[in-house]
Design a protein around this ligand. Structure first.
Ligand SMILES: [Zn+2]
Length: 219
């Protein structure tokens, strides 16, 4: 028993999550410990906002899964916490690499904490697609919110921070988060999915509000 515990701890320390019997990562265990370990090693960085070119172009694939990536992930968790976000893409702290982190509840209130590199949202069969038109916001469009219909279930494939292939699935707000963060890494913001009028309204809300966390001023 003790041996098994030790092995599990080593696995977690390496940023590799266990997998359930359907092949999805188990990202809802030890959330508190895992999130705080990342965040305490990291340094919080200011958030880029709409108009910054790094948010509007596709990021590069992650090809090196070493120390530098580990430091970036730590900084992303620290920044996510400072900004009180439930998900953060690397380009939101100015790094054009395909990696996002999350700390987000699903439709049953279960907390999920994890890291995905090179994510791809999987196509959900039409009979399983149900749209949820809840409100959505983004740390890079501070103080603005808008209703946006998205599937209430999502699956993402990608790699963990060590380069191992992973599958992540989520419901409710977490499904929305997985789709929102993947969009970021392909240069899309949620406001790009709104109608012209709704987009304008979101930008107006942003112009009138004051972010509660440090942001990078646009040139
Ligand atoms: Zn966002």
């Amino acid at each position: 028993m003790a041996q098994q515990d030790t092995e599990q701890e080593q696995t977690r320390a390496a940023g590799v999550l266990p997998v359930d019997d359907e092949g999805y990562v188990v990202d809802s265990e030890e959330c508190e410990e895992r999130e705080s370990a990342y965040r305490e090693r990291g340094t919080s960085r200011p958030i880029t906002v709409v108009g910054n070119p790094v948010l509007h172009r596709e990021c590069a694939d992650v090809t090196e899964f070493g120390e530098e990536l580990a430091r970036l992930v730590d900084d992303m968790f620290a920044s996510q916490r400072t900004a009180e976000g439930v998900g953060l893409a690397a380009n939101q702290i100015g790094v054009g690499l395909k990696v996002f982190v999350y700390d987000c509840p699903d439709d049953e209130g279960v907390r999920h904490v994890g890291v995905v590199c090179n994510p791809r949202v999987q196509e959900i069969p039409a009979e399983r697609r149900r749209l949820d038109d809840s409100s959505e916001g983004c740390l890079s469009v501070p103080t603005a919110y808008a209703a946006l219909a998205r599937p209430d279930y999502a699956e993402v494939t990608g790699q963990d921070e060590k380069g191992n292939p992973i599958r992540v699935r989520g419901t409710g707000y977490f499904a929305r988060c997985l789709q929102h963060e993947t969009d970021h890494l392909y240069g899309s913001l949620y406001i790009d999915r709104l109608s012209k009028r709704e987009r304008k309204e979101a930008l107006r809300q942003m112009a009138e509000g004051t972010p509660r966390y440090p942001v990078v001023a646009n040139a």
